[in-house]
Every structure is written in C-alpha cells, then in structure tokens.
Design a protein around this ligand. Structure first.
Ligand SMILES: [Mg+2]
Length: 237
C-alpha cells in the first residue's frame, strides 16, 4: 500500500514559523508586498504554498497576471529563504509517536511511504531533515506544492511517481492519504483514494468526519493503517 503523508499538522506540529516567514520574505522580495494579511491557521492549513502565496498577493492588490508571471520567482525565493531560516533541529516538533510509527511502517514489505504536502518540495525536504524523519521518504517520490498549485492534483502525481513508469500508475485501491485537514480529505476524494485523518492539527475529529477513518493521535493512526494493510485485498478497486 502506498501511504501518502501530509507534513504540517500530521508528521510535524507547530513547525511552520520559519516556513511562513520564508513565504512572506519571498512576497516582499518579488512583489514588494511588505505586510501580508495575517490569516488564521485554519484558513491556510492544507493549502499549497503557491495557493497561500496567491491568496496573500490577491489580498495585497496584486493582479492575477502578475501573480502567474512571477510564480516561479516566488517559489525560488521562498525556497532560498527557507534554506537560510530553517531551524537546525525540529526533532521536538515531530508528532508524538509518529517516528516510531513511520519506522514500523517502513520496515514492512507491503508499504511504500511518500509525501503529499502543499509545501514546495525543497522546503518539505529541509523541514523533515531538520526533524530527523527525512529518511523515510525517498527522493523522486510524492506530490508537492511545487508540482501543482491545486492540492487535489497531488495524490495522482504521487501515484504516477510510485508506479511503473508513465504507463502504470500505482493503483488507487492500494493508496491512502494521511492528513489533518478537510483539504487533505478533499484531495484524496478528488483522486478516488482512501484517507485517514489525524486530529493533531487545527481541526478536531468532528471536522474531519468525512474521512474514511479519524485518529486522535499517532497510536490510533497506526491501528487504522494496520487494519487497512491487513484487509487490503478487500479494498474496493
Ligand atoms: Mg497539514
């Protein structure tokens, strides 16, 4: 089974301050936006970096044409800024129990671990390396905010990368998204794959009830995934 993990609110908790600062610095350098409107966590959670940047730029009066023309510049500037701003050690921000769960899942021969995150890929890789859990997620796999501005496109991109070249995508029935927001659930639905939600981010279990399963913590998430793995031959195709 291909397990597609979100980062912020799922693998890591409250580890996005430098990330937010890097995006804001990019908007300042590229568009001259000095004071982006502050958005609530629930408003930005689950959005891709490019989508977050676009929303902040629209609120600052930048036109859609200008945003599109300089989207690559914003991405590059944000990644450069993050490489400078990333904390040396984010290991204290790993969701409790998640490192052990990843280790247990990685040791099985019936799992593939990858990322589906709105983070631009270089930011995602730096963040997980600083947290000490980057080793579970192979290069060349996953779907990132740098692949598409719309999170709904990311699971399919990850399945394509996990598959056997361009012709064979990883099967939907053997894929699950793991995330902490309604947008994670929506992106799984958009690709027709199952989704486990974990209520460690800004949303509680009630707000995540559209998921196929809701876990309160890493221990419950482990139970959900092990149940799915044990019953995978009975998944709908
Ligand atoms: Mg998240």
């Amino acid at each position: 089974m291909l397990l597609l993990f979100d980062i912020d609110g799922t693998l890591l908790l409250r580890a996005a301050d430098a990330h937010r600062d890097a995006i804001h610095e990019a908007l300042r350098r590229v568009h001259g936006v000095t004071d982006p409107v502050r958005r609530g966590l629930g408003e930005v959670a689950g959005r891709t970096d490019a989508d977050i940047a676009r929303n902040l730029l629209v609120a600052a009066g930048i036109t859609a044409t200008q945003i599109d023309e300089r989207a690559d510049d914003v991405r590059i500037a944000a990644c450069e800024a993050y490489a400078r701003l990333v904390p040396d050690d984010l290991s204290g921000h790993v969701t409790p129990g998640m490192d052990k769960l990843l280790q247990r899942l990685a040791e099985r021969d019936d799992t593939r671990l990858a990322l589906v995150t709105g983070n631009f890929e270089p930011i995602a890789r730096l963040k997980l390396r600083a947290a000490g859990i980057g080793r579970y997620f192979a290069r060349g796999q996953g779907g990132f905010g740098s692949d598409h501005e719309d999170r709904a496109m990311l699971p399919q991109i990850a399945r394509r990368r996990a598959g056997d070249g361009d012709r064979a995508e990883w099967p939907r029935a053997q894929t699950a998204v793991i995330g902490d927001t309604p947008r994670d659930i929506a992106c799984a639905r958009a690709d027709g794959v199952r989704v486990a939600a974990i209520a460690t981010g800004p949303f509680g279990p009630e707000e995540l009830r559209q998921a196929d399963a809701v876990a309160r913590d890493a221990a419950e998430l482990g139970e959900v995934l092990e149940h799915w793995l044990a019953n995978r031959t009975r998944l709908p195709s």
